[in-house]
Design a protein around this ligand. Structure first.
Ligand SMILES: NC(=O)c1ccc[n+]([C@@H]2O[C@H](COP(=O)([O-])OP(=O)(O)OC[C@H]3O[C@@H](n4cnc5c(N)ncnc54)[C@H](OP(=O)(O)O)[C@@H]3O)[C@@H](O)[C@H]2O)c1
Length: 318
């Protein structure tokens, strides 16, 4: 089968399209004929091998040669022990181990997969899993009228976080590069901040919730921007900051009952189904940046690595 291959950490030139044996599913796996995949910030981290947690899948080089975690496609065969899906069903989801998705086929345990709603295209469905599950977990419990700040809202996952926070009635401030301001407003933000121009963390007592996709400040500093009872959820960012926070008592609680924690987003079929229901009822939508064919995967990774993407990069597998 045709697959994107990565045999070292590096820039976009570390990937190429080549041939790999078609996988054979074990008894507890399904074989999916992939129709579309989408890229996340985690795929960029797995490309360059940084932060350090991106090397859990291989210290010197990726153990699994095929990148890509979010896929949609059609079940081709099922293993003997699989009872939840049948050949011919359209499915989508995030792959365990965050790899294997940029290929014509993948064999994977079915526990993270969901049935693709007929109203969504394969490209639309592939754009949901990681971004949607991050958005679902990081916006849970938002009350109407709350002030929410989304830091790093202009990348792969941000639009769904902004959109869901808005759907739950928050006033949303989104932070990213100046040239992504129009995108942030389109995703639902009420106002935007250019991170090169102003430091939102210096605003005291302003936000009920801060969702940080690119945490790089000390949480002790960010905490000052929270209102009493507010929460700071660190989703991604500098490994040193995330590890130091996670290693502290979880959740860290300071005075004024502010909550600061690394938000662990589990790979979960239930969360995927819940956020997809919100997509199909029109509450929120992933926004596609550009679509590339599988043969142009290196171009797709170059765009991801540049940070120029505004929303999801989708790769179609003909
Ligand atoms: N917690 C969990 O369980 C969990 C699960 C899955 C994934 N993750 C992590 O969540 C993160 C997902 O984010 P994503 O996929 O949306 O990432 P992304 O596509 O890389 O987007 C990040 C955005 O932040 C912007 N940015 C960079 N520096 C910034 C700064 N100083 N201030 C504000 N914005 C800045 C980037 O713009 P430029 O770089 O172009 O300037 C980009 O638009 C990844 O780190 C991933 O590993 C966490």
């Amino acid at each position: 089968m045709k697959a994107v291959l990565q045999d070292r950490y590096g820039n976009a030139d570390a990937v190429r399209v080549g041939e790999l044996a078609k996988p054979v599913p074990s008894d507890d796996e399904v074989l999916i004929r992939i129709r579309a995949a989408s890229l996340n910030g985690s795929d960029r981290e797995n490309l360059v091998g940084s932060p350090l947690y991106a090397r859990l899948g291989g210290l010197r080089r990726p153990r699994h040669p095929v990148p890509g975690s979010d896929v949609s496609g059609v079940v081709e065969t099922v293993g003997k022990s699989v009872s939840d899906f049948e050949p011919g069903e359209a499915v989508f989801g995030e792959l365990a181990g965050y790899r294997g998705g940029l290929a014509e086929y993948v064999a994977t345990p079915p526990r993270l997969l969901a049935r693709k709603p007929p109203g969504l295209s394969y490209a639309e469905a592939a754009a949901i899993p990681q971004a949607g599950c991050i958005a679902y977990r990081s916006t849970r419990g938002i009350e109407p009228g709350e002030r929410v700040l989304v830091n790093g809202g202009g990348g792969a996952g941000g639009a769904m976080v902004i959109g869901l926070a808005k759907h739950f009635g928050a006033t949303v401030t989104a932070v990213d590069r100046a040239d992504k301001a129009a995108f942030l407003l389109r995703a639902g933000a009420d106002q935007t901040i250019d991170y090169a121009e102003s430091d939102w963390a210096a605003e005291e007592g302003r936000y009920d919730r801060i969702v940080d996709l690119v945490a790089h400040r000390s949480p002790y500093r960010v905490r000052r921007a929270l209102r009493p009872g507010g929460s700071y959820l660190m989703v991604g960012g500098h490994a040193r900051i995330l590890l130091a926070t996670a290693a502290s008592t979880l959740p860290i609680r300071w005075t004024a009952k502010n909550e600061v924690k690394v938000l662990v987003v589990p790979q979960s079929r239930e969360d995927l189904e819940a956020v997809t229901a919100l997509v199909t009822e029109g509450a929120v939508a992933p926004i596609t940046d550009r679509t590339f064919p599988l043969d142009a995967a290196a171009e797709a990774f170059a765009r991801l690595a540049s940070g120029d993407n505004q929303g999801k990069i989708v790769i179609e597998v003909p």
